[in-house]
Design a protein around this ligand. Structure first.
Ligand code: 4AD
Ligand code: MG
Length: 436
């Protein structure tokens, strides 16, 4: 690897030592020039740095090359760095020499662009300072999820992506041709995880899940990264405790590592601090309906799932996530355990984020009773016989267990304050967007 120092390192060194000699490697983020002097602002993954190339210093011939340098050219610039308050990042290099490493001509992304144009050019737009900031935060989020589970003694386990049956309902399944037989892309690792908790007891995974979502909303992708956990010997409160613990840990790490990125994205960090510091609010579905009726003048009939507008109005009443439990059995997945003290509801929970970021976690205690599972499957128009191996798990040493799934892009959208989930991933997949 070329031994290069990052722009931020060079600026930090200059801050301590005063003027220093340096080699700067990067891409041209901005450029402008006159007959005598060319300004290029280089960017790398840490920051930007203004470089000044003077004709008088480098000679006519070399300056004619500098004069033609365009945005996104890859360059090496050698010179002295010093403080320059008028430069974009407060420092400037005065070039004694430079080298064009990769030419760029007529970079298609100029200042005026539409959202669709940027999505069509996502392979190039990932270089924007905004996308760099988001992708760095994304990396922190993934690291923090692994860290949370590993420090809490969870093993990493992986389930297959090709599956023979539905877990989250048939309507969002992607069917694939598997050597002439129909198979589906997985919606969740969960059913296989329920097998492996009998071996490893506490497990987690971060992997893509697939949902054939026809909804064109700012919260839905067809391929999203799903962080899931499953525990044997689990009690319902453990699911809530780990869901809250995980979100708090992720936000804490982003606040520690990504303040410059949050600033670039103009994210109000006081909102993120509240998520770390204040306890989340637990309420039942019935409580939620009551608040919606009394405070938001929205009358949701019992047994109906909360729609986006209802979730939004409900969460607007609070500045921390809500953990809504005890949804009606009829609107939730077949595997969710009935609440013995309120059998028309399930021991399931949705974590609803504030500011319109919606459901970020869905989880539940799992039903252990095989007959009940079969009945629920039949009620949902499914064939229990297709779930053969899954039923075995209830026959051989079944124990209380449960878990949850967190939509990683939903958390990234929320922590970054994004308008649309498509910006939370480098190459988004939605019903209408599958390229680049
Ligand atoms: O609520 P869901 O459907 O739950 C499950 O899949 C369970 N099997 C998880 C488990 O218990 N192991 O999905 C979990 C989370 C949602 O709360 C949401 O954050 C995210 O996955 N999610 C999506 N994110 C982006 N695009 C989509 N289309 C999503 N669908 C669900
Ligand atoms: Mg859900």
């Amino acid at each position: 690897m070329i031994k290069k120092q990052f722009i931020q390192e060079l600026m930090d060194k200059c801050e301590k030592e005063g003027e220093i000699s340096a080699e700067v490697y990067g891409w041209v983020w901005r450029e402008r020039g006159s007959a005598q002097v060319k300004f290029v602002v280089l960017r790398d993954n840490t920051n930007v740095l203004q470089c000044v190339i003077e004709k008088a210093k480098i000679g006519d011939e070399k300056f004619s090359i500098a004069d033609k340098i365009q945005v996104e050219t890859a360059m090496k610039i050698v010179g002295k760095i010093r403080k320059e308050p008028r430069a974009p990042s407060g420092y400037e290099v005065n070039a004694s020499s430079f080298e064009v490493i990769g030419e760029a001509v007529n970079y298609p992304i100029t200042k005026d662009f539409s959202t669709e144009f940027l999505l069509d050019n996502r392979h190039l737009w990932v270089r924007s300072r905004r996308m760099i900031a988001i992708l760095k935060i994304r990396s922190t989020v993934f690291g923090a999820i692994h860290e949370y589970f590993r420090t809490n003694d969870f093993f990493e386990h992986h389930s297959p992506c090709f599956t023979a049956n539905a877990a989250e309902g048939g309507s969002t399944l992607f069917k694939v041709d598997y050597f002439g037989k129909p198979m589906f892309l997985t919606q969740t690792w969960q059913l296989y995880a329920e097998a492996v908790v009998y071996a490893l007891e506490k497990i987690y995974c971060i992997a893509p899940s697939f949902r054939a979502e026809r909804s064109k909303t700012s919260r839905h992708l067809t391929e999203y990264w799903h962080a899931e956990m499953e525990m044997a010997w689990c009690e319902f409160d453990d699911i809530l405790k780990h869901g809250e613990g995980l979100i708090k840990h992720v936000f804490k790490r982003v606040l520690e590592k990504n303040l410059p990125e949050l600033e670039l994205l103009k994210r109000d960090v006081s909102k993120l601090k509240k998520v770390v510091e204040k306890p989340f609010i637990r309420m039942t579905y019935d409580d939620a309906l009551k608040i919606l009726k009394e405070k938001c003048k929205m009358d949701v009939p019992w047994g109906k799932d909360l729609r986006t507008i209802e979730e939004d109005e409900l969460t607007k009443q609070f500045d921390v996530p809500l953990m809504v439990t005890n949804y009606p059995k009829i609107i939730k997945a077949f595997y969710m355990k009935e609440d013995a003290s309120n059998p028309s509801t399930v021991l399931g929970v949705d974590f609803l984020a504030p500011d319109g970021y919606g459901e970020v976690i869905g989880g539940s205690q799992r039903e252990e009773n095989q007959e009940k599972i079969e009945e629920r499957l039949r009620d949902q128009g499914e064939k229990p016989e297709l779930y053969g191996w899954y039923m075995d798990l209830r026959k051989y040493g079944s124990v209380p267990h449960g878990g949850f799934g967190l939509g990683v892009e939903r958390i990234i959208s929320w922590v970054c304050g994004l308008d649309n989930i498509k910006d939370a991933i480098a190459f988004p997949r939605t019903m209408l967007r599958y390229t680049p």
